[in-house]
Design a protein around this ligand. Structure first.
Ligand code: NAD
Length: 469
């Protein structure tokens, strides 16, 4: 980072103070302009996604544009209500006072985003930052230059650089930005870099929201609607070629229905993308890995799983030159294979069989807490057992990925999969300081207890012990 990013940060100081007074109408206007500027560049964004990730325009609309526009329109509709201070009733010990919680912008914010959804994961958090009245510097991933160009263009069209600006670059740029005393850092990316971000934030005691990743398991029990499960799980796994933070990472399927489930997954892949490697490779609907290194990494995970004893039930091929990894189903992968412990982030689905729900619940609890946990079952008791006995950022029953589009739900992980939440009111709160404001009333109960203490004050304080709430 040259001095210009530090100067940009300095230039946002006065604006951040000014924005503390910004009204809902002013912030909504900015968000509306952001929506308009995005829609005006729709074709450029679709073209950019095609160049960065070989994505079909329909998939870009479904997975990038719609979540972003939904987030922005939701904020525009709800912002006035979100910004309203909440009145808080007095407690016994504070009788005679009035209290409220007000939402103040945190100030100068840094947003660092990943490459897998370069539009919605950069402008989505920006919607929350702007809704909450902050300035922001956005550092997108270095691996999506085409989308970044359009995103920078959108931001320039809507904001002066002392309000929102894009700073492009790789890890060194992020490192330099992280040394600045931002008021909040919103990071989306891997758990490994999340730890670096949190350590850097600690040096300035900057608050963080960390939207991280990990392995999101799926459980398909013997009562599940297997066809629906296969159709949704294959969609969740193959969209963006598996490069989705909440993609089903691997499946536990009950032994009694495992063969049929694998058959249904295989036929779903053939029906959607083609029934041969050549057909799938030429399908415009199946995206590519972000870069050669990532394609090689996922191909290595497949090879290593097979060497460890795993069976390929579908696909298994890769071509790093064209960043292609075939939609792949693996069976019987032993626990010591790397693919069982590392986030796959590619179109490869290990399918493991189980007999006892308790055993897989124990396995899930022994691993880092996942970002998402998916269950396919018609048994309320099974769903209840999983809900009560496991932890994950989100839990979805008989669906996957759609939780990202439900703006009224918090979106985030737990520990290794993330800290804090995004989306809707939760995103607004992530970028807001919940300030406690308390005012004295005409009568103060406390004054009855000021020293010097006497027997009456002692009796009164003893009484308070009984009634304190
Ligand atoms: P990444 O952590 O490698 O990079 C994310 C961002 O951090 C990029 O902008 C990158 O330039 C920057 N960065 C890289 N190294 C850095 C360093 N040493 N110091 C500071 N910044 C650094 O992640 P990625 O490969 O872009 O994305 C994939 C990961 O992101 C996966 O783990 C995925 O699960 C996760 N993810 C999470 C969510 C979510 O919402 N929870 C969404 C998308 C992706």
């Amino acid at each position: 980072m040259d001095d210009s990013a530090a100067r940009l940060f300095e230039s946002q100081a006065a604006t951040a103070l000014r924005l503390r007074q910004s009204t809902a109408a002013q912030r909504r206007l900015k968000l509306t302009q952001l929506v308009d500027a995005t829609l005006e560049r729709k074709d450029a964004l679709l073209e950019a996604a095609s160049r960065d990730l070989s994505k079909h325009p329909t998939e870009t609309i479904l997975t990038e544009l719609l979540p972003l526009l939904g987030e922005a329109k939701h904020a525009i509709a709800k912002l006035k209500r979100w910004m309203k201070p909440h009145r808080i009733s007095p407690t016994m010990a504070t009788l005679g006072t009035t209290s409220r919680v007000m939402y103040q912008p945190k100030g100068r914010c840094l947003i660092i985003s990943p490459w897998n959804y370069p539009l919605s994961l950069s402008l989505g958090p920006l919607v929350s930052a702007v809704a909450a009245g902050n300035t922001a510097i956005l550092k997108p991933s270095e691996f999506t230059p085409h989308t970044n160009r359009v995103v920078a263009d959108i931001i320039k069209a809507v904001f002066a650089s002392d309000e929102v600006a894009v700073v492009e670059g790789a890890a060194e740029t992020a490192t330099a930005l992280l040394s600045l005393p931002f008021d909040h850092i919103f990071f989306t990316g891997s758990p490994a870099v999340g730890k670096i971000v949190m350590a850097a934030a600690a040096r300035n005691l900057t608050s963080v929201t960390l939207e991280l990743g990990g392995k999101s398991p799926v459980i398909v029990d013997a009562t599940a609607d297997l066809r629906s499960a296969a159709e949704h799980i294959i969609w969740g796994k193959m969209v963006n070629a598996g490069q989705t933070c909440i993609a089903p990472d691997y499946v536990y399927v009950h032994r009694d229905v495992a063969d049929r489930f694998v058959d249904l997954c295989r036929s779903t892949i053939a029906q959607r993308y083609g029934d041969s490697d050549a057909a799938i490779k030429s399908s415009p609907d199946f995206p590519r890995m972000i870069h050669r290194r990532h394609a090689e990494r996922v191909a290595r995970l497949i090879d290593e799983a097979v060497q460890a004893g795993g069976q390929i039930a579908c696909g298994g091929t890769a071509d790093a030159d064209s960043r292609y990894v075939a939609p792949t189903l693996l069976r019987d992968v032993p626990p010591n294979a790397q693919i069982r412990t590392e986030e796959i982030f590619g179109p490869v689905l290990p399918i493991l069989t189980f007999d006892s729900l308790d055993t897989i619940i124990a396995e899930i609890n022994a691993a880092p807490k996942p970002l998402a946990l998916y269950v396919w079952s018609k048994s309320a008791r099974t769903v209840q057992a999983i809900e009560t006995n496991t932890s994950s950022g989100s839990l979805c029953v008989n669906l996957c990925l759609q939780q990202f589009a439900q703006h009224n739900l918090p979106f985030g992980g737990v520990n290794t999969s993330g800290i804090g939440n995004a989306h809707g009111l939760f995103g607004f709160k992530a970028f807001s300081h919940e300030r406690a404001v308390m005012s004295a009333g005409p009568l103060s109960a406390l004054e009855l207890l000021f020293p010097p203490y006497n027997a009456r004050k002692r009796r009164l304080s003893d009484l308070l012990i009984k009634y304190v709430t």
